[in-house]
Design a protein around this ligand. Sequence first.
Ligand code: ATP
Ligand code: MG
Length: 570
Amino acid sequence: MSQSDETTVKVSNNFLRAIIEDDLANNRVAGKVATRFPPEPNGYLHIGHAKSICLNFGLAEQFGGSCNLRFDDTNPEKENQEFIDAIKDDVRWLGFQWQEPVHYASDYFDQLYEWALHLIRSGKAYVCHLTPEQAREYRGTLTEAGKNSPYRDRSVDENLALFEKMRAGEADEGECVLRAKIDMAAPNINLRDPILYRIRKTAHHQTGDKWCIYPSYDFAHGQSDAIEGITHSICTLEFEDHKPLYDWLIENLPVPARPRQYEFARLNLNYTVTSKRKLKQLVDDKVVSGWDDARMPTISGMRRRGYTARALRFFCDMIGVTRSEGIVDVAMLEHAIRDDLDKNAPRAMCVLNPLKITITNFPEGQVETLNAPAHPVRDDLGERQLPFTHEIVIERDDFREEANKKYKRLVLGKKVRLRNAYVITANEVVKDEAGNIIEVLATYDAATHGADPADGVKPKGVIQWVSATHGKRAEVRVYDRLFLHEAPDRGGEDFMQHLNRNALQIINDCYIEPGLADAKPETNFQFEREGYFVADRYDHTAEKPVFNKTIGLRDTFVDAPIGSEAAGGE
Ligand code: ATP
Ligand code: MG
């Protein structure tokens, strides 16, 4: 079953939904809601973007409207096609479909250029030759008004000629910019003659060498919304201060529609970095293998790790949408993942650190195929076949020569139940010269498959096992948190110092149930008592199975009685 083809979790009530309902009721949007998701293709998307995607696509879906995917590509130096492709892949994988075609702010460069001329002709924009340092000085501060640029009163004709020179490549980068003429004394600094165009002599991934001037985010964004007929332009709170500029531009340009901007609080997760710039540093410094390394909080990293799209959508719905900044506990995300996998992931057995058990009363060379349900309650997931043989392996930790009563696994002279199979008794220990246990000789009770032992002595524990001769070998990758500090990038310190450099442990030669080798990449499983695992998206093959640990079970270790729900799990 693919994870993203299930119906989308409905977007719960939130203030944006209320605004849209009101707009529809009062006929403010001509009956159709149009939203957009506007990533800059300068990195891979992360968990914060997932929130924005679920919100924008979710609202459009809910109101029978549409959602555009628009690449906000006004910074050619930092952007590229790899990021564009990855972003499209992520949105689709999350289970959303944008209104075709994909849009790019760069589709509108001609129109934006025309609108820049319009502002110049109406005396509302000018070419400014202040150096960046001077411009900063002229801008003023939060408490002090700015000063007018000496270039502010250039004539329309002079501005037209200078802007044309900028466009034609006759001015150097940084030599001049086009600014809106608004108000250098405005309390909102964004209105102090903001930059509309700057010179960047860089080829663009979409428009090639056509342009050497590029519009600013502020000049491109609202106008792109208007061109696309976006009704609700939803962004994060840091853009709240840009809204007066958003509105000023819409009001002063002959745009075809009147979009409105609404802000919500971004998602912050503890133990997690959600900034593309910082994630890029992890990739560039080779701390991780790439943007889609399973340790990364990117959508593609979480996918690789075995998080499901359904669980991510559920998480985004669960955390809600508000206007107040907060920090979400990563445990909520983990809860959403476990909850989904518990319901949907087939069960299987693996042995990560094997100890050989020889069943002395089960003939060598004989194979008995035992059937086991793939899931404790989901009959639709079917059954699996487990070969039971003379030699099996169990977890080394599941055997002790002596133990107190709390230890409910295999102890010398005692019994334990092999999950989905028989009760065995450990009779003898084989050690190497150094005294390490290398093998345990045991006997099985043939009457105990699904039944209690005839002598009435019930084993207290259930452990997993795999046939030593018929099981397959696998590489298992076990992950820990990438950051050990709960606020790795807040508080001014370098986030790299909180990095957990041991967040990946590779275990070779684990034993897995034979059927698991044929699992399709990206299939999720619960390895009983170990946690949730996924067949690696890229590296898993039948010849060389590779599984990634997605997440542990609820707690570290809980012994559970046979037949209880947890027995399957822990
Ligand atoms: P970053 O800070 O990681 O570089 P960004 O905001 O610059 O992110 P964009 O590509 O511009 O990245 O973001 C696309 C959309 O995703 C924007 O509408 C932005 O508001 C939203 N977004 C980004 N980060 C978050 C977050 N943590 N929570 C919710 N929405 C987010
Ligand atoms: Mg951005």
